[in-house]
Design a protein around this ligand. Sequence first.
Ligand code: RP5
Ligand code: MG
Ligand code: MG
Length: 278
Amino acid sequence: RMFHEKCRNTVYPFSKVIRSSVTDEQVPWSFPWNSYDPPEYNSQVLLNKPWADPPLDNPDFKPQWNKLDGLINRRSHMGDYKISDGRPLNPEGRTGIKGRGVLGKWGPNHAADPIVTRWKLVDSKKLLDPSTNLPILQFCSIQRRDCKQWALPGGMVDPGEKVTETLQREFLEEALNSLEASEEQRENDAKIIKLFFSGGVTIYEGYVDDPRNTDNAWMETVAVNFHDETGEVVGKFDLKAGDDAQHVQWVDIHKDLELYASHSNLIKSVVQKLQAHW
Ligand code: RP5
Ligand code: MG
Ligand code: MG
């Protein structure tokens, strides 16, 4: 079994809080550890942010755990999560920090990740990797402004938003800079993306090993592959980074890519589906 590791044994992002050390065997909540008492961190940045939950001790805050709570989806793809002392418990186990850190929601924080792929072509022919003799796949990758790591152009599902809408919106914002494009450009891009994204294949729905995860708040995603077989549609787009992305480019896929969170694992599933080089 694989345990989450990007949310363990680090300094918590955007803070100076050091997570309590948690070994692999200590990760599952079923491992008895009575003296486990990690530090708590709740970013002050979240106070009064309209998209964030209130603090848990706010008497007006009555979250409906494991339910669709108004427009907020508090259900987990991993099944019902436990509540302990009034706090949702990370379904993957201990992270060495409690509170919600910098995440807006207590419990699951839902995101969506578009995996947009095309073949690496040379003279209009698929380029084969000499070692595996398999065609090399490329994906549209962004460099995150927050931690500088390369990643999928994903983002949070807004309250009431459909995941299909999030996938399109985040791709438009982060890989085509729709927030700063002219209205004409934005509408044109949105039309093409909407059509192209109608042919998506869902690769994964579930927990993400994100460095922001805590014992009481964690990322989950729906990752969908949009493959441009000919490279004539999105493969030809003029990519332009925007919003929380500072760079965007097509990146050759192989097993040694170091990407944000569990994004390398998500991409691996696409590689297997399309029988590409890894
Ligand atoms: C990751 O964080 C998800 O897989 C998604 O790519 C991303 C969403 O967070 P932001 O990009 O909005 O920070 O866990
Ligand atoms: Mg975004
Ligand atoms: Mg993002």
